[in-house]
Design a protein around this ligand. Structure first.
Ligand code: HEC
Ligand code: HEC
Length: 426
C-alpha cells in the first residue's frame, strides 16, 4: 500500500523530474519489498519522461500522443499495429453493424488528437430514478441509447418512462494499459486510508466478464469495467452492434425482440476468433489500447511548478492521486511502472455534479475520479461536457469535493492561473 509519506516523495520526485531520486529512495517500493526498479535511473518509467532534474541524464523523449509505449518488443509492436488497424476499421451491416448502434468504428469517437484519444462526441444514457433507486429500464433498451439503426424502423427513442438522462463524453485511452496493470490491492488499499476534507471514495467492485472474477473497475466514467478486453467487448456490442464471445446477445431496439429478429441477419457471435491468429477483433482492440503510450507531459514552467504545490495544498491530490505503480506484467513496458494518472480510480459521491445514473457498482450520486493526464488535449470537460474551461470544471465539483472546491475558488486569480498552468502540462 502507498503510505502518505511515500506519495509525497513520489510527487516531489515527479515534479522535479528526477527519476534518480526515485530509484534510490526506499519509498519507491510501495507495493512490497520484492520490487526492484527494472529501469535505470534517468530512464522512462511508464513512458512518462520528465524534463530531467538536476544531475539526471536526459531520458528518451516520451512517445507522442497515439504512439506505442517505449520499450516494446518487435512482436508486441506488431500486435499494437494490428490492433490500431482494427481500431480504425469501419463496420457495415455486412460485417455485423447494428441493428442499432452509435457509430461505425472505435476511432470515430476516439480520435483527438490521435487515434486512441477522446473526442467531443457524446452518447446518452437514460433510466428511471424513484426515491433514489435507479432502474436502467433494460426491457425498454436502457440504459444506453443507440442513436442510429441500419433501418429507420429499428431506430431507438428515449422511452417516456425515463426521468433521468445523462450525456457522456468520449474518454481518451492513452496509457490505458498502465491503468489496467495497477493491482486491485493498490486501489483498495488507498480507498481504506483516512482522507482529509470529508473525502471517502470506494473501489468499484465489478464482475469481469473475461475472467468471471470480481475485480476493481477502473475504466469509464463510472469505473464500470476492470479490463480492456471487457471494455472492448462492451463497446463493440453497445457502440457498434457487434456481438463477441463475452457479449453474445444483440441489443433489441427499445427491447423489441421482433424488430431485432427482423434486422439481425448475421449469426452471433459476429466477432469470431480467427484461427490463424487465435484472436478476435476485441483482442486486437485490447492489444492496441494496452500498448498505447500515456500522454507525454509538457516540461513544467515556473508557474506550473508553483501550481503543482497548490494542487497538493488545496487538496486536489486526495482524489486526483498523482501516481500509482503497476504490478507485474508479461509486457515489460507495463511491469512495475509509475503511472502518473492523477486519479485514485475510486468512486466519490459528487453531489450535484453526478449524473443520476446507476451503473455497475456506481450509485447515481457517484462518479470515478477522472484521470487528469493529457487534460490539455481534452475538452469540453466533465462527463457531460458541461464545462467549457478547466476552471469551470473545478467550480462544478460538489459533494465530497466541496471543501476542496471552495479552497480553490477562494484563491487569488494569479494562484489559480498557476494551478491551471500545472494542469495544462500533465
Ligand atoms: C459512439 C462513440 C464511441 C464509439 C464508437 C466507441 N467509444 Fe469508447 N467510449 C465512448 C464514450 C462516450 C466513453 C465513456 C463511456 C462511459 O464511461 O460512459 C468511452 C470509453 C471507452 C473506454 C474507457 C476509457 C477509460 O479510461 O475510462 C474504452 C476502453 C473504450 N471506450 C474503448 C472503445 C473501443 C475498443 C471501441 C470500439 C469497439 C470504442 N470504445 C468505441 C464513446 C465511444
Ligand atoms: C472528492 C474527489 C475530488 C476532488 C477533491 C477533486 N476532484 Fe476533480 N474530479 C473528481 C471526479 C469524480 C471527477 C469526474 C466528475 C464528472 O465529470 O462527473 C473530476 C473531474 C475533474 C476534472 C475534469 C476532467 C475531465 O476529463 O473532464 C478536472 C479538470 C478536475 N477534476 C480538476 C480538479 C482540481 C484542480 C481539483 C482541486 C481544486 C479537483 N479536481 C478536486 C473528483 C475530485
Amino acid at each position: 500500500m502507498i503510505g502518505k509519506h511515500g506519495i509525497t516523495v513520489i510527487v516531489a520526485a515527479l515534479l522535479l523530474g528526477s527519476w534518480s531520486v526515485l530509484a534510490q529512495s526506499q519509498q519507491v517500493s510501495p507495493l512490497g519489498n520484492s520490487h526492484s526498479p527494472k529501469q535505470p535511473p534517468g530512464g522512462n518509467p511508464g513512458g512518462h519522461g520528465g524534463p530531467g532534474g538536476p544531475g539526471s541524464p536526459p531520458g528518451p523523449p516520451a512517445p507522442a500522443f497515439g504512439a506505442p509505449l517505449s520499450g516494446l518488443t518487435s512482436a508486441q509492436l506488431a500486435d499494437f499495429t494490428d490492433g490500431l488497424g482494427d481500431f480504425q476499421e469501419v463496420d457495415t451491416p455486412d460485417t455485423g453493424l447494428g441493428p442499432i448502434f452509435n457509430n461505425t468504428s472505435c476511432v470515430a469517437c476516439h480520435s483527438v488528437p490521435a487515434p486512441g484519444g477522446g473526442s467531443p462526441i457524446f452518447e446518452t444514457r437514460f433510466g428511471q430514478l424513484i426515491n433514489g433507486i435507479f432502474d436502467p429500464l433494460i426491457a425498454l433498451g436502457g440504459s444506453l441509447l443507440q442513436q442510429f439503426a441500419i433501418d429507420p424502423s429499428a431506430q431507438e427513442i428515449i422511452p417516456s418512462a425515463a426521468n433521468v438522462f445523462a450525456k457522456r463524453i468520449s474518454t481518451p485511452l492513452f496509457g490505458a494499459g498502465l491503468i489496467e496493470a495497477i493491482p486491485d490491492a493498490t486501489i483498495v488499499g488507498y480507498a481504506a486510508l483516512p482522507k482529509p476534507d470529508g473525502i471517502v471514495g470506494r473501489a468499484a467492485m465489478v464482475v469481469d466478464v473475461t475472467s468471471g472474477e470480481t475485480r476493481v473497475g477502473r475504466f469509464g466514467w463510472k469505473a464500470q469495467q476492470a479490463t480492456l478486453l471487457a471494455f472492448a467487448g462492451d463497446a463493440y456490442l453497445n457502440e457498434i452492434g457487434i456481438t463477441s464471445r463475452f457479449f453474445p446477445h444483440e441489443n433489441a431496439p427499445n427491447g423489441n425482440e421482433a424488430l431485432l429478429e427482423q434486422y439481425d441477419a448475421i449469426a452471433d457471435p459476429e466477432d469470431a476468433i480467427d484461427p490463424s491468429t487465435g484472436k478476435a477483433d476485441i483482442d486486437h482492440f485490447a492489444d492496441f489500447m494496452r500498448m498505447l503510450a500515456p500522454p507525454p507531459p509538457k516540461p513544467l514552467s515556473k508557474s506550473a511548478v508553483a501550481g503543482a504545490l497548490l494542487f497538493l495544498s488545496v487538496g486536489c491530490a486526495t482524489c486526483h492521486l498523482p501516481v500509482m505503480v503497476t504490478g507485474p506484467s508479461a509486457i515489460a513496458a507495463l511491469d512495475h511502472k509509475l503511472v502518473p494518472l492523477y486519479s485514485d480510480l475510486l468512486l466519490h459521491n459528487m453531489g450535484s455534479l453526478a449524473d443520476g445514473i446507476g451503473q455497475a457498482a456506481a450509485q447515481p450520486s457517484e462518479m470515478k475520479t477522472a484521470p487528469l493526464w493529457g487534460l490539455r488535449v481534452r475538452g469540453p470537460y466533465l462527463h457531460d461536457g458541461s464545462a467549457g474551461t478547466v476552471d469551470a470544471a473545478i467550480l462544478l465539483h460538489d459533494g465530497e469535493a466541496a471543501k476542496v472546491r471552495n479552497r480553490y475558488s477562494a484563491l487569488p486569480s494569479t494562484l489559480k492561473q498557476q494551478l491551471l498552468a500545472f494542469l495544462d502540462s500533465l
